[in-house]
Structures are given as C-alpha cells and as structure tokens.
Design a protein around this ligand. Structure first.
Ligand code: ANZ
Length: 944
C-alpha cells in the first residue's frame, strides 16, 4: 500500500461517508444549519436502463458534486439529492418477452445504478433518494394530476384556479346539473378528447410518430392507421404565454431558451372570414400575412375540415373522400416535412375574397394541418412557398401583391408577371387597393383595422405548442386516479368520478402477462377485478390508460425536499426554504420536453398555492456530449478505374491517398479530379498515426494527411466506455478528475484513455509528495515538516487558492485542475522540505475534485475528522497581487514588443516606458510617432 492504490483508498472512504451519513442534508429547522445560506444543486436523475451507467452520466454528476462539496466547505446548507426516473417502456418490453415483472427488472437496474453511482463517491444525501415507481411517490404524482383535473385557466386573472370557482354562464346553469358538469369538464386542465393516434393493429398498440415509417410500424412493418382514440390531454397551451414570458429572467443558455421559444412557436397574425359562394356558410382562416389578402387566389382546407361535408359538390365527392382516406393514414410529419410534391383535390366550391369580392376556388390538401390555426388557409402563391408550389402543380393563378426588390428579381430570374419562386420577404404592398405603397408592417395594421371594422376579421395570436397527449396504452406507468361511471348495460355514461386524496396511491394491478390486448385500451383492461369498482351503489370502471414517463420527472425536485412525508408532496415550509433550484445540470436532449413539462406543472402548482415561486429552475447548465475515442481514418481505394489511375499516377491501387486529394460528402468519398474513383474509409491503428501541427498524418508517409474524428458513443460502434472499467483500473478520483479536465463542461469532447492515465499520474505525484512510499501503511513522508513555506511557495499557494476558488465557483473545472497541477509541479521540483501547512491547504483545494484520496491525505496529515466541512481556504490579497506584469506593445496594430511594467503603472508612465524601450526604438527606426494609446494593465498602442 505504499503506492497510490485507489482500490484500497476509495472503498474505505465510501464506507466512512455512508456509515456516518456525512452528506446528510438537515432540514431547514435543524439548529446546525441556522443562519447558513442555502443552495439547491440538482442533477437530472437517470433512467436506470439495463445497460448501466455510461461515462456521460458522471460528467454532469461530477460537476455538481464538486460544486456541492465546495459550497459545504464554504459554509452553505447544501441540498444535493439523486433518484430514479424508473417507469418506462424497456422494462415493459422485457416483461412481455421474458415474463419478468417490470418491477423486478426496474429494481435490479436501480441496484446496479446505485452501486455504480456510489462507486464514484458523489456526496448525495442517500436518505432523500426517490424512485418514481414507488407507490408512495406515485401517490403524489396522482395527487398532482387531480390538481390539474381540478384547475381551469382564468384568462382575465392569467392564472389557474379551482374548478369550483369557474363562473357558470346562466344559459348553461339553466340546463341543469349535467350541463354544468359538461361545461366544467370542457375547461379543466386535464380533459379527455378523441385525438387521432397511430394505431397499429398488428402490434396491438399505439405508436409514437417516431415509430412509424411510411405508414408502417418501424418494428415488424405492420400497417398503421390514424384513428381517433379517447385520450387524456393536458391543456399546456393555456400556459403558452407565461411559459414564453417567464423564460426571460432565467439564467439559461440562449440556445436552450431559443429552443423552448421555437417549440412554443408564437405567431402573430389575423383570423379572416371568407364567405362560401352561394351558401350561408363561412370559413375562417389564420394568416400571419393579412397584408397579402388581395393576392389570395384560392383557398385550402385541411382534409379533416368539418365544412367539407356540406360544401363539396356531388361531382367532386368521390375524389374528395378518397383524398381524405389517404390523408388519414399519414402523420403530420409525412404530410409536411416529408412530402416531395404537393397533392390536393378541388371541392367544387368557391369562396369570396372579402376585399375584392372575387370568387376563388376551395381545394383540400394535406399540407394544411387540421390542428393548427383554424385548419384552413387563404393561399397566396405569390408570397408563400407552399402555396406557390401548389399553384404551379395545379395551374392556379399567381398574383404579386408585395413588390419584389430588383436584386431579388435578378437573382431568381423572375419578373413581376412571371415569378420563378415565391417572394416571401416583407416589402411594399402593390395591386392591393388601399394598401398600395404601404410597407408590410403598416399594411398589416391597416387591413386588420379595416377587417375588424367590417366584422370580417380579428387580430389573432397562435402557438405551435399543442396540448399534451398524456395517456399511454401501457402497463408500466402511473394509473390515472379516475373512475368512469357505467350504466346497467356496462356502458360508460360519460360521468367521471375522480379518486380522493384518501384513495391514493392507486396501485397497478398484478398482471400475469403484459402483452398488448389487441384493442386500444391497454393491458390494464385484463385486470377485470381491478377495473370494476362499486361505490355508493354505483358501478364504475377504472381508467385503463397510464401516464407517460414524463409525469414522474415533472416534479421530482420537489419530493427530494421532503421524501417521506405521508401527508403532502412536500411540507410548504421546506419548499419555501429550498426553491427555486439554484443550479440544474443535465443533458441538452431535455431542452424542450422535460423542461417545458415540468415548468408547466410547476406553474399550475404555483397558481394553486403549493409552491412559492413561478419557475422551478433558476440556473440551467447543459453538459457537453462525451464522444467515443478519436478514430483515425485514411482513404483506401475500393475501385481503381484505369482513368482514375492515370489521373493519380503517383497512387497505386492499395496505397493511401492524402486527404487533400479526396472529396468527402459525409457518406462517400471520391478522389478529386476529372474521373473520380470511389474510395472507402479505413480505420487506422493509433500507432500508425502521428500529430503534425493541427492535423494527423500517416507515420510512414507524413505527407499523407488522415482524418481524425470522434463519434457519438453507441453500442453499434463499439466505442462506449463503461465507468466500472475506468474505476477498476484508475479509480473514481481519476475518472472524476479526467471528466472535468477534458475541457469546458458545456463543450462536446472526445474520450481518451491516455488522458485518464495522465490525471492518475498527477494524483500519484501528489501521493508521493505527502505519503512515505517505503512504509507499510499510509504514513506521512519524512520530508513533510512543520515549517513555514518559503516566500515563493507561499505566493504560489495563494495564487492557486484564488484560481481554484474562482474557477470552481464559475464551473471552470478544467482550468482549476490545471492550476492544482501547476502548483504540484512547483512542490515536486523546487521544494525539499515540504511544509505541513501548505500541504493541508492544498489537500482542501483538491478535496471537491478527488475526494477519496483527499480524505486519505487529510487523515495522514493528522486529522481525525472528515474534511467535508473544513472551511475552504482563503487567499491573502497582498500575496496574489502581482508587482510586475507583461504588456504587449503594438505598432500600427501589430504586436512588436513586450514590456515588463509595474502592475499599477498609469497611462503616462506606460507611454514613457514604451517610447524608451530599446526594442520599440529599433522598430520605430526614427519614424515620427503620431499617436500613443496606453491602457493600464492591457497594452500600449503606437501609431507611426
Ligand atoms: C397567407 C399567407 C401569405 C401566409 C403569405 C404566409 C405567407 P406560422 O408562422 O407557422 O404560424 N397556415 C395557417 N394555418 C395553417 C395550417 N393549419 N396548416 C398549414 N399552414 C397553415 O405560419 C402561419 C402561416 O401558415 C399562415 O399565414 C398560413 O399561410 C399558413 F405570404 O396565410 B399564411
């Protein structure tokens, strides 16, 4: 044990922390935390998959752990918990195949994840662990669902309120209790509706859009139908505006904010009413360009539009019905993004353009979606690409109503009478009667005002955000706490009875087999004893859908604060103390759905008075993706045509080509030149490659450049790194240090085992500084003595304290580690008698990063207690102040000399010094100086 052996050190300290509950986070009323500032540091909890932890998980977890340990040492009351997002499809699919209950698989996976996470020495408070599948957790997920069910959105007050406070219109009230109940149901945040879903009879289940390819199931290739199915839906759209507005003050990256904004997709425009020619009916359209109304030359309804039934002429009926059928089999994505050509059918009907009274034909086409705007559009082919394509396809008239710029006409080879593409930019209105000459923004305002005055249109805001389809036909999810009343014949009456808090948790029934039923009701329908309920003489059926996996992760950050509370999801005093989460770290893949869903739930809980702040996560940081080891590839020829061989005379069939002679388009490579030959990428062993400047070359032929690339870790590529392997070989402290040393936390970076070895050597060096490698057991090195440090060491130590403190606080862990390495190099190279006090301070700096070995050092340095709560070292300002600094001197914008100056030199002194410097004088060569700009602590710039 004289050498650094993490396999002995790490389990020892993990056990120490565990048995003493070193990282237990006391509740806010505990006397030991009185007066301490709080910080809530949250990790995105993992889904415990069968594959175990991946080196991507410990990246974020190490970052938050370092900060948590650092803040404890700085006197903070730190909340740093972990848990399991444990519902999910894989366990259910495993159950279907192998007949093992999903609970068993899930628990086994959790056990493995817990072991792996504990082996990395994270300072979680394990007494706060939550598991979303635990009935005591499910109870509160169901309770929050009931709150959603009990809430309606009051637009005037801009907040969710209890359904009992919903004003009932007199005409509804007069129709009796059933009408009132129906009215309430139509306003609840949790409601039922028939929504088209992807139903796959072959698999007996509903599929997500991503699981359907060309109208067939991705698995098995069975046909998929779009069919309306009764679903639970959450009215997240009511919160669209607040979800958008409240993003502003959050300390999140701009890119994540933009992704959320785009997902919410606010569009400002108008709704305009078109009368159907010769009928007493109207169609409403939504447009973001009401200024182009004069250019609307036809109209398109979505194939699902309810008016079609009434307006389609008998001659067109068959064609319209056939088109509707075909459209019903396509997803929105196939209808819009994937469609190569526009399709559509004329309905035979006409509408009247309200501004010029012209009759325009009404078509149906699947590029108009039923679920957006009003499901109908006015088509302006001159200024909308989709409409332009459609008009070209079907020979419909194109009218220019916004003047294109001459440059645009030239670039697109168009004239105003013959557009080659649509002119989609803003500009000045033309051919538009009273709008002529107005710029787009003004034309919009004017036309909206005119339409509004005539009662033909209104200003309208639309959102891309859809209500949230919240039910799944699965077993392994939270059951809905809902009862459907049934009549004597066993048919549902439509009356719903929610369970009460006292009925919760509603547990999943035990099932013998988890296979889909073949009907869209989900496997729970098999548990008939569970489904049938009698209460107060009435018969009910339980809801057989379950909640989606998102449900549990919407609110887990609240349960950590009071994980065992049987009476509330969390004690209000605790929520008040801890919220909002100060720092939330996780993968950018959750930029939209999870973060939007949990913000939505949080806002509802806020409106209903259960949480004290409108947003849950104050600061969000996304760790960068860790890629697999860099792979080197060279281009090998696969086909040698004679012509190509002649073109590349210096290359024989099996020799390497230089990357500069190759074109690569992402999927295939060819030789450059007149007669390109196909090439393939060949993976090169590491020892055949060396780095030359910024690029990699073939060792044997350094003029041949090879490609160096790292790929996303994936099983199929075989480049996944398992943390267990790294821990076994180098220890958790090295894994932690390496993950942080790879680069900035938010950057994407490739894994490299040699880098792990590098930080392992660093820790071994520190070990040899402190520990006697000739002793049997860890003992202090004989050259560590209780002497004061020399002046230089003291100064460097204080600089290291400053750097590590600031970098840890700023989450710049890589540069913090570099500062520690630098200081260690100084101690190793320059200091013979190692001062005890210096080492003690240094060990405290190292502790958040490499906590196991730091605890070991701390013990050997003569301490009997953990260092987890030792005060963080403070630096002495007078020791870190630099006396002299180096400043660049520019002459006509180019750096020509470096000047060593007193750190506090003012501009006049700097100017004098620069103009007296021999190197500068030599550069000036007697030419007259026109101007000198001296910026203290930055630079001196001379213009000649
Ligand atoms: C006329 C027009 C003229 C339009 C023009 C655009 C440009 P965003 O920004 O996405 O909200 N639209 C409206 N409802 C639609 C639906 N259900 N399916 C497909 N397209 C629909 O875009 C709104 C625009 O998309 C609307 O403005 C409408 O086309 C189309 F020069 O109306 B516009």
């Amino acid at each position: 044990m004289p050498n650094y052996n993490p396999r002995a050190v790490e389990p020892k300290w993990q056990q120490y922390w565990e048995t003493r509950k070193t990282f237990r986070c006391p509740d806010p009323d505990a006397p030991e935390v009185a007066g301490k500032p709080k910080i809530y540091i949250l990790d995105m909890f993992p889904y415990p998959s069968g594959a175990g932890l991946h080196v991507g998980h410990p990246e974020g977890y190490t970052a938050t752990d370092i900060l948590a340990r650092f803040r404890r040492m700085r006197g903070y009351h730190v909340m740093h918990p972990i848990g399991w997002d444990a519902f999910g499809l894989p366990a259910e699919q495993y159950a279907i195949k192998n007949n093992v209950h999903p609970r068993i698989t899930t628990q086994a996976n959790i056990t493995n994840f817990r072991r792996q996470i504990k082996s990395l020495g994270f300072s979680y408070d394990w007494d706060r662990e939550v598991d979303t599948t635990d009935p005591e957790y499910v109870k509160w997920t169901q309770w929050i669902f009931l709150e959603l069910y009990d809430t309606w959105y009051d637009h005037a007050a801009k907040k969710g309120r209890s359904i009992s406070e919903l004003p009932i219109p007199a005409e509804v009230a007069s129709q009796g209790e059933a009408a009132v109940a129906k009215y309430r149901d139509s306003k609840r945040l949790a409601f039922q509706a028939n929504n088209p879903v992807n139903w796959c009879p072959g698999l007996g289940t509903v599929l997500a859009n991503e699981e359907v390819i060309d109208g067939k199931s991705e698995v098995g290739g069975f046909p998929v139908e779009r069919r309306p199915l009764r679903q639970w839906i959450l009215r997240i759209t009511e919160y669209a505006e607040r979800l958008l507005d409240d993003l502003e003050p959050l300390d999140w990256s701009e890119s994540i904010k933009t992704m959320q904004k785009n997902w919410i997709g606010k569009s400002i425009g108008a709704e305009v009413e078109f009368r159907i020619s010769g009928r007493d009916a109207c169609v409403m359209v939504f447009t973001t360009r009401p200024d182009t109304l004069y250019g609307a030359t036809y109209m398109v309804l979505s194939p699902e539009h309810p008016l079609l039934e009434g307006i389609t002429t008998p001659e067109q009926k068959a064609a319209v019905t056939a088109y509707q059928e075909a459209a019903s089999r396509k997803s929105d994505f196939e209808r819009t993004e994937m469609a190569k050509t526009k399709t559509g059918v004329f309905t035979g009907a006409f509408a009247v353009n309200p501004v010029n009274g012209k009759d325009i034909p009404i078509w149906i086409a699947d590029y108009v979606l039923a679920g957006y705007g009003t499901g109908a559009i006015m088509a302006v082919p001159g200024h909308d690409e989709r409409d332009f394509e459609f008009a070209k396809q079907f020979g419909l008239p194109i009218q220019v109503v916004v003047t294109p710029t001459p440059e645009w006409l030239k670039k697109t080879k168009s004239t105003t009478d013959d557009l080659k593409v649509a002119y989609c930019e803003e500009g000045v209105a033309c051919n538009s009667g009273p709008l002529d000459g107005l710029p787009t923004a003004e034309a919009k305002e004017k036309i909206i005002a005119d339409l509004q005055a005539k009662g033909l249109g209104t200003r309208k805001v639309n959102y891309k955000l859809r209500d949230w389809l919240f039910s799944r036909q699965r077993y392994w999810g939270e059951p809905f706490p809902i009862l459907h009343e049934v009549d004597a014949e066993g048919n549902r009456t439509g009356v719903i009875e929610p369970l009460t808090a006292a009925d919760l948790p509603l547990r999943l029934p035990e099932l013998e087999d988890f296979k889909p039923t073949g009907s869209p009701e989900g496997p729970l329908v098999k548990a008939q004893d569970w489904v049938k309920v009698t209460r107060n003489g009435k018969t009910y059926q339980r809801e057989t859908n379950t909640m989606p996996q998102w449900a549990g992760s919407c609110w887990y950050y609240l349960r950590y604060l009071d994980p065992k509370n049987p009476n509330a999801f969390c004690d209000p005093a605790k929520v008040k103390h801890w919220l909002p989460v100060d720092l939330y770290v996780g993968g950018a893949e959750h930029a939209v759905l999870h973060l939007l869903y949990s913000r939505f739930w949080h806002k509802v809980l806020f409106d209903r008075g259960h949480v004290p702040c409108p947003e849950p996560f104050h600061r969000l940081v996304n760790q960068g993706l860790i890629l697999g080891e860099t792979e080197w590839t060279g281009f090998a020829r696969t086909q040698t045509t004679e012509a190509a061989a002649r073109n590349f005379v210096d290359v024989t069939g099996d020799e390497w080509l230089s990357a500069k002679d190759v074109s690569f388009d992402g999927s295939s490579a060819t030789t450059k030149g007149k007669n390109p030959a196909a090439l393939s990428l060949v993976k090169l062993p590491e020892d055949q490659v060396e780095k030359q400047g910024e690029s990699f070359v073939l060792k044997a032929k350094p003029d041949i450049r090879v490609d160096a690339r790292a790929f996303k870790m994936s099983k199929s590529r075989g480049n996944v790194v398992n943390p267990d392997t790294v821990v076994n070989q180098y220890g958790a402290d090295s894994l932690r240090l390496y993950e942080m040393f790879m680069g900035p936390l938010e950057a994407m970076k490739p894994w490299n085992m040699r880098g792990v070895e590098g930080v392992y050597r660093f820790l071994s060096r520190v070990w040899r500084l402190i520990i006697d490698d000739t002793a049997e057991t860890p003992t202090l090195h004989p050259s560590v003595q209780d002497v004061p440090p020399d002046a230089e060491t003291l100064k460097l130590l204080h600089k290291a304290i400053k750097k590590v403190t600031e970098d840890t606080e700023g989450l710049r862990f890589n540069t913090g580690i570099a500062a520690m390495m630098e200081f260690t190099n100084h101690l190793t190279a320059k200091v013979e008698v190692r001062p005890l006090s210096t080492l003690k301070t240094f060990v405290l700096l190292l502790a958040p990063y490499a906590p196991h070995v730091a605890e070991e050092f701390w013990e050997v340095l003569g301490n009997s207690n953990t260092l987890a709560y030792e005060p963080w070292p403070v630096y002495d300002e007078s020791l870190v102040r630099e006396d002299e600094i180096e400043l660049p001197v520019q002459i006509n914008g180019k750096v020509k000399a470096k000047l060593l100056v007193p750190a506090d030199a003012d501009a006049a002194t700097l100017e004098k010094m620069a103009l007296a410097d021999p190197k500068v004088l030599e550069q000036l060569a007697g030419k007259p100086v026109r101007k000198v700009i001296a910026k203290p602590r930055q630079m001196v710039s001379i213009v000649i």
